[in-house]
Structure formats: structure tokens, C-alpha cells
Design a binder for this molecule. Structure first.
Ligand SMILES: NC(=O)c1ccc[n+]([C@@H]2O[C@H](COP(=O)([O-])OP(=O)(O)OC[C@H]3O[C@@H](n4cnc5c(N)ncnc54)[C@H](O)[C@@H]3O)[C@@H](O)[C@H]2O)c1
Length: 269
């Protein structure tokens, strides 16, 4: 018996990286998984992500492991498409018990995205894929969760949503992640009376294959991660374990929380 046997989970942005780790972990606990992404083969953009794949897509990986999974390809910023996916999931499996609103990320270079210089197109794109995508996803699953008087929602912020990068670069991303964290507090207030737990995670530097390719790995006790109390970067499983906690009965009395998964990162130190 898995802890999530019979449960239905949606993981957005699940084609690679952290979303893939969440989808596979929840599937391993017995949940049926709907994986959504702009591109279900987005792993192909990064050699390390592609190498890690054991099947064509995350959906195929879950099925190969004996699980139940559906794939959906659309832009998370498209409200109608998000609602249509949830309708299809409910039609197929009867309800939605868990949402991990993971799709998102930054775009642009830090020096070109300081607080007053963020180009309008990047501001709109990053807001659409992070904040709007999160609001659409939570809004779309709420009716099914309210009707059954239970649910677990996990949203995804970032360390950058709590601490401003030195020099002010990536302001559009950090501000979006701060907005997601605060939105989750409102969400928890609205949905708490329906026995729906709503929490937000704030990863630090997590070594997905994409991050390793883009910024290089900094694991181990070295100059690069002196500000991290645990003296190492995070691994996708470090985040997936917290997502397991927040989507199972272990967290039944936790809601409205912002949980850092950053090894005790202290930029002031
Ligand atoms: N990796 C880290 O160190 C880290 C740190 C803090 C926060 N995060 C957050 O965690 C989440 C996952 O991060 P990751 O490192 O796995 O990112 P990633 O870029 O590797 O994966 C994100 C996935 O989301 C999909 N996606 C992007 N835009 C989309 C859209 N408009 N509609 C639907 N899908 C879309 C991508 O195709 C991709 O498959 C993001 O929200 C990110 O901001 C990551």
C-alpha cells in the first residue's frame, strides 16, 4: 500500500527537472499523475536532463514503473487550457486531490533585468508563466477539492522571492515568486474551511541537470557555497521529499506556510 494509493495529483511543469522529480515521487507513493508542460519533451533542451530520462516522457516513465499517468501540453498562462486540463483529469479519474503548481522559472540575464530595467516583454512572460500560471492552476482545482472537502496544494516560490539578488538583477522573477508565496497565504485562508492545505516551497540552488549545465555544480564545502549552512547545493530529491510531506497526511495541520528548501542559505552571513 502506497501512502497516496487512489489519489489523483496534477504536477505542472513536470517534463523535466524538479517537476519530473515531484511527479515520479508521488507516482511512487501510488498517486495517479497528470503531468502538464508547455513541451512534454522539454528535457531535450539540456543534455543532462535528456540523459537522465528512462523513457520518452515523464508520463512514459511513470507508466513503465507500473503507475497511471496522463500528459497535457499547453501554456500554463492560458487560463482556459488549465481549466480544460482539470476537466479532463476529473473526467478520467473522478477528482483531483493534489496540485503541485511547479511550472515557472526565470528568463533573461540578471544584469538586464534589474528592478527598473526589466524589459516589458520579459516582465509579462515571467509573470504569465509564474504568477498567472499558479493562480490559474489553483483556481482550476479548487472546485473539485472544495466539493470533496479535502485537498493538498503546493505552490513554488524561490529563495529569490525572499532575498533580493545583489545588484537587483532578476527582479521580475524574484517579485513573481514573492507574489506566489503571498498568494498562497490568501489561498490557505479561503480554502482552509474546506479542509484544503495550501503551502508554498522556496527552493534555493537545486542541482537539476539544467542548473548544473547553466551555472555549474558547486557541491561540497567550497567558497561557492559558504553562505549555505549545510555546505552543499540541493538535489531534486531534497525538494521532492518536502513535497511528499506536504501532499500526504504528515502535513494535515500545516497550511499557509512558506517552507525554504535551501540548506540554511544566509546571504547576509
Ligand atoms: N532549480 C532550482 O534551483 C530552483 C530554485 C528555486 C525555484 N525553482 C522553481 O522550481 C520550479 C521548477 O524549476 P526547474 O529548475 O525544474 O525548472 P526547469 O526550467 O528545468 O523546468 C520547468 C518546466 O516548466 C515548463 N514550463 C516553462 N514555462 C511553461 C509554461 N508557460 N507553461 C507550461 N510549462 C512551462 C518547462 O517546459 C519545463 O519543463 C520553477 O517554478 C522554478 O522557478 C527552481
Amino acid at each position: 500500500m502506497g501512502k497516496l494509493d487512489g489519489k489523483v495529483a496534477i504536477v505542472t511543469g513536470g517534463a523535466r527537472g524538479l517537476g519530473r522529480a515531484y511527479a515520479r515521487r508521488l507516482a511512487g507513493l501510488g498517486a495517479k499523475i497528470a503531468v502538464s508542460d508547455l513541451n512534454l519533451k522539454s528535457y531535450a533542451e539540456f543534455e543532462g536532463e535528456a540523459k537522465a530520462m528512462t523513457a520518452e516522457t515523464t508520463v512514459d516513465e511513470i507508466k513503465a514503473d507500473g503507475g497511471d499517468a496522463l500528459g497535457f501540453e499547453f501554456d500554463i498562462g492560458d487560463r482556459d487550457a488549465v481549466f480544460a486540463m482539470v476537466d479532463e483529469v476529473v473526467k478520467a479519474w473522478g477528482t483531483v486531490d493534489i496540485l503541485v503548481a511547479n511550472a515557472g522559472g526565470g528568463r533573461g540575464k540578471p544584469r538586464e533585468t534589474t528592478a527598473t530595467l526589466v524589459p516589458q516583454d520579459l516582465l509579462e512572460l515571467v509573470t504569465r508563466m509564474n504568477f498567472y500560471g499558479t493562480v490559474h492552476s489553483c483556481s482550476a482545482v479548487a472546485p473539485a477539492m472544495k466539493a470533496q472537502k479535502s485537498g493538498k496544494i503546493v505552490t513554488v516560490a524561490s529563495y529569490a522571492g525572499s532575498v533580493a539578488g545583489i545588484g537587483g538583477g532578476y527582479a521580475h522573477y524574484g517579485a513573481n515568486k514573492a507574489a506566489i508565496a503571498h498568494y498562497t497565504r490568501y489561498l490557505a485562508q479561503e480554502l482552509g474551511p474546506y479542509n484544503i492545505n495550501c503551502n508554498c516551497i522556496a527552493p534555493g540552488v537545486i542541482e537539476t541537470a539544467r542548473i548544473v549545465e547553466l551555472v555549474g555544480a558547486r557541491s561540497g564545502d567550497n567558497e561557492g557555497n559558504r553562505e549555505i549552512a549545510l555546505r552543499r547545493n540541493g538535489q531534486p530529491e531534497d525538494c521532492a521529499k518536502v513535497v511528499e510531506f506536504l501532499t500526504t497526511d504528515l502535513s494535515d495541520y500545516v497550511s499557509g506556510a512558506l517552507i525554504p528548501i535551501d540548506g540554511g542559505w544566509n546571504r547576509a552571513g
